[in-house]
Design a protein. Structure first.
Length: 136
């Protein structure tokens, strides 16, 4: 089943943002499910990195499916991974050592970072993109 964005630039922009949030949440849920299947060491840095990757990968996959080029996908991935990198720096410097607080920071920073990335390329996110075709 293919989602169809609403008509109009602002509605498309909001719809796209919502799709990205859903992809992030799906990735987060898959990451939690993977923790039941794979027993990684229980270290804060691994948890932070793992969460960043699990939330970014499905978002990029969805963007590609929706027809976005690699440049936009890479920009969005950076918007998702930079908050995780900042959390890792705070952890490594000993400024914040509570992994739950760092995960909360990471998650809360991803939403505005994603919005900024989208606003910087507003034209790309306000018009319709056809789903990618095989071989594209």
């Amino acid at each position: 089943m293919r989602s169809v964005p609403p008509v109009g630039g602002a509605k498309r922009f909001a719809w796209h943002y919502l799709e990205m949030v859903v992809a992030m949440l799906l990735g987060m849920a898959l990451g939690e499910l993977s923790n039941l299947l794979v027993d990684l060491p229980d270290r804060p840095a691994i948890e932070l990195a793992e969460m960043s990757i699990w939330m970014t990968a499905p978002m990029v996959a969805w963007m590609r499916f929706r027809g976005h080029g690699w440049r936009l996908c890479n920009e969005m991935a950076a918007a998702m991974l930079i908050p995780g990198a900042i959390a890792l720096v705070l952890l490594g410097a000993g400024v914040v050592t509570d992994v739950h607080l760092l995960l909360m920071f990471q998650h809360m920073a991803m939403f505005p970072a994603m919005l900024v990335a989208m606003l910087l390329r507003r034209d790309e996110y306000t018009h319709h993109h056809a789903p990618a075709t095989v071989g594209r």
